[in-house]
Design a protein around this ligand. Structure first.
Ligand code: ADP
Ligand code: FBP
Length: 305
């Protein structure tokens, strides 16, 4: 069974404004509300790829109700801790020729609510996969991901983690099946400027040395690198018109992890990851299966080292 954990879900409020004028009244030319947060996006894409998951994390208020209802409509199992201290955040995705994102901090979560989520993980069994993804709401302690990971390990489950900074760093020692920084997050993690593919590989390898089993470095329209042991592979992205890159990284994690979990080999997983990421970048909402299947054969993988 695959579980996703989103500690800080969101409603993604996608707003399009032509000719945005700061300091003036602007009218939306289009808007759309979607459930968001990294683990929730992974659950939605995995459902489309034919894998059932249970989505977990924290939800609160009317925004939490919206997300639960949306997941129910898509027949995705949800087992969230309901919080009393505020509404799940609303993240603004402003399309004005470019994409500008304004993400909320997140509601207050009490110690008891945090404990309740850890307790829910007692359901995990050997062979399960847990995908932990997204930012930590500010009210949770910095080591909360580590607490969840320790619980996964005690229960015998594998885990994937997609977060940034110190929580990602600390997760490495527990040997995640996959980490997927984008090129900016990798540079930020090591406090360096990265300008070449060689530098990406050097710092990607450090994540392996610190414990990760596989490292995917996503580079938006430039494709991705996969590092495992001494091997390094590059994948291009297929051609297409970019409509919405929000959720592209989450879709990549879903395609990669889902393929491995369903018994596919590493190159199948890499190809599915890139095709899923690009299919989302070329769609309004997250990618549909048909689009992913259409792009899959167009992803060309080459061994770099
Ligand atoms: N502009 C794009 N054109 C084609 N594919 C894209 C584009 N942006 C993202 N993707 C696909 O999605 C994957 C993840 O995107 P990226 O933006 O690097 O991740 P994140 O959303 O985590 O920042 C990329 O490796 C690629 O396969
Ligand atoms: O938890 P964070 O880092 O604030 O990110 C949350 C945001 O990331 C998303 O999950 C999209 O992530 P990606 O574009 O990296 O795939 C949005 O749905 C959400 O608004």
């Amino acid at each position: 069974m695959i579980y996703t954990i989103t500690l800080n879900p969101s409603i993604d409020y996608i707003v399009e404004v032509h000719g945005l004028q700061l300091g003036e009244l602007n009218r939306m030319t289009r808007d759309l509300k979607l459930p968001g947060g990294k683990g929730i996006n992974v659950s939605r894409v995995l459902k489309r790829l034919g894998a059932d998951t249970t989505a977990m994390g924290f939800l609160g208020g009317f925004t939490g109700d919206f997300i639960e209802g949306f997941l129910r409509n898509e027949a995705i199992n949800a087992d969230f801790v309901r919080i009393g201290g505020g509404d799940t955040r609303i993240n603004i995705k402003l399309k004005h020729g470019e994409e500008t994102e304004i993400n909320g901090g997140g509601p207050a979560i009490t110690g008891e609510e945090a404990d309740a989520l850890v307790e829910k993980l007692s359901i995990l069994r050997e062979g399960d996969l847990v995908i932990l993804a997204g930012s930590l709401p500010p009210s949770l302690p910095g080591d909360f991901y580590e607490r969840l990971i320790r619980k996964c390990r005690i229960q015998g489950a594998e885990f994937v983690i997609d977060t940034t900074g110190e929580p990602l760093r600390r997760a490495l020692a527990y040997q995640p099946l996959l980490v997927k920084p984008n090129h900016h997050e990798l540079a930020e993690l090591f406090g360096v400027v990265i300008e070449t593919r060689e530098q990406l590989i050097t710092y990607g390898r450090r994540l392996l040395e610190e414990g990760a089993q596989h490292v995917l470095i996503s580079m938006a329209g430039e494709g991705a690198l996969l590092i495992r042991g001494a091997e390094v592979y590059h994948a291009n992205v297929p051609p297409g018109k970019v409509r919405n890159s929000v959720g592209a990284g989450d879709s990549m994690i879903a395609g990669f992890s889902g393929t491995l979990a369903m018994g596919g080999d590493l190159m199948d997983a890499f190809r599915a990851g890139v095709a899923s990421g690009s299919a989302t970048a070329f769609s309004e909402d997250l990618a549909e299966r048909t689009r992913i299947e259409e792009l899959r054969p167009q992803v060309l993988i080459s061994r770099v080292e």
